[in-house]
Design a protein around this ligand. Structure first.
Ligand code: FEO
Length: 389
């Protein structure tokens, strides 16, 4: 895809990665992603805002083939999908200097061996003139690394937000418009990458809202030409509001835990509680993460295997703990053969969330009437707790 004009002398010079299916060796990318870089040519100086994943450096090289000068490279974020092609750019433009936060200077040196004399740090609020255009840097730490910042171009009313507010979505469309698919991709992205840093998201959202912009140009996914869509979505996702929803994540070896999950699901639905059910050996973990953005309660279903919770259920519980959603309540259900030893591993995995435990329903062998009664009672408790949300 060729470079694409956004404003007068402001171009998208990124790469669309249609085929990538995994990020950080963890996060599924069902719709690919993009690495957005932007070229801004002022009357006196030219700046490249972020670069692309080194695997697609050749695409960036193509965009820059006829560009004679780059004076600055802004590194809003040091993760290599944005910074990884900076060495190429610095090699091509011998006088170019990287602009980044102090923390980013350390990380750029650590990860990419960029020499300190090619880096100039910028303070929060500092401006750099390109002649008739100006860059203003706004430090936004912990969305989602400690060094993250955004760059504001006041003359064109554009906020270059890097990872913040982005979406993993490969598309030929430059702009998001009001496409609900973009918002779904953005929610998945938020859940997987930003949700663990919810307090920082809220703080930095308020900070960028002080700026006046018509466009948010992130480093992944389409450009937001109706920025209020993504800003209000982030305000909601990062708020303390939880919904009358349960995330049920379970694995079953011979059908007993699954029968329990199905019974609890039906009981919750009868009581007006929305349930997102995930069978963990086949589920898309991104969808599980998305469901966690709004849910009030998580129920983990696990059999006991070799003296502990099933490793697949335990891994999912650990992921829930790491994603740090705003859940309030938790419960465990499952079947065992001769010992319940190890069931507490699930609670330990989410201990950092400080959930109120609403119950543990276990059955020896296949579930019978008393198990179903216990599950109905658990559904009552969840309904009652959710009534006071
Ligand atoms: Fe898109 Fe944190 O890298």
């Amino acid at each position: 895809m060729k470079a694409r004009q956004i404003r007068d002398r402001v171009e998208w010079v990124g790469a669309v990665d249609w085929n990538r299916r995994l990020f950080d060796a963890l996060i599924p990318l069902p719709d690919g992603t993009s690495y957005n870089a932007y070229l801004v040519r002022g009357s006196e100086r030219t700046v490249l805002i972020d670069t692309v994943d080194p695997a697609m450096e050749n695409v960036l090289a193509g965009h820059l083939a006829d560009v004679d000068r780059v004076d600055y490279v802004v590194s809003n974020h040091t993760e290599q999908d944005h910074s990884g092609s900076i060495p190429f750019v610095l090699n091509k433009y011998k006088n170019a200097v990287v602009l980044c936060t102090k923390k980013a200077r350390e990380l750029l040196t650590d990860h990419l061996d960029i020499q300190p004399d090619r880096i100039r740090t910028v303070e929060d609020g500092e401006t750099v003139s390109l002649g008739d255009k100006t860059l203003q840097f706004v430090h936004t730490p912990w969305v989602h690394w400690p060094e993250t910042m955004v760059t504001y171009l006041p003359e064109d009313r554009i906020l270059f937000s890097c990872d913040f507010l982005g979406s993993h979505l490969a598309t030929p469309e430059l702009y998001a418009g009001n496409d609900p698919l973009v918002m779904e991709a953005a929610k998945r992205y938020y859940a997987e990458i930003m949700m663990p840093f919810r307090p920082s998201v809220r703080k930095n959202l308020a900070k960028v809202r002080e700026l006046t912009f018509d466009i948010v140009a992130p480093s992944h996914g389409p450009i937001y030409d109706h920025p209020e869509n993504i800003l209000s979505a982030y305000a909601d996702w990062s708020s303390d509001r939880v919904s009358n929803e349960v995330v049920m994540a379970y694995v079953s070896m011979h059908g007993s835990t699954e029968a329990m999950a199905n019974h609890l699901l039906a009981a919750l639905v009868e009581r007006g509680v929305k349930v997102h059910k995930f069978e963990l050996t086949t589920t898309d973990l991104g969808k599980l993460a998305m469901a966690l953005v709004d849910a009030a309660t998580v129920v983990v279903g696990t059999p006991i295997l070799n003296g502990g919770a099933h490793p697949v259920a335990l891994a999912a519980a650990h992921l829930v703990g790491v994603l740090h959603p705003k859940l309030k309540y938790g419960a465990v259900i499952g079947s065992y053969g001769w010992s319940t030893k190890g069931i507490e591993q699930i609670a330990d995995a989410v201990a950092g969330l400080k959930l109120e435990t609403l119950g543990t329903v276990l059955c020896k062998g296949r579930p019978r009437q008393e198990t179903f009664v216990a599950l109905e009672n658990l559904a009552d408790v969840i309904r009652d707790k959710h009534a006071s949300l």
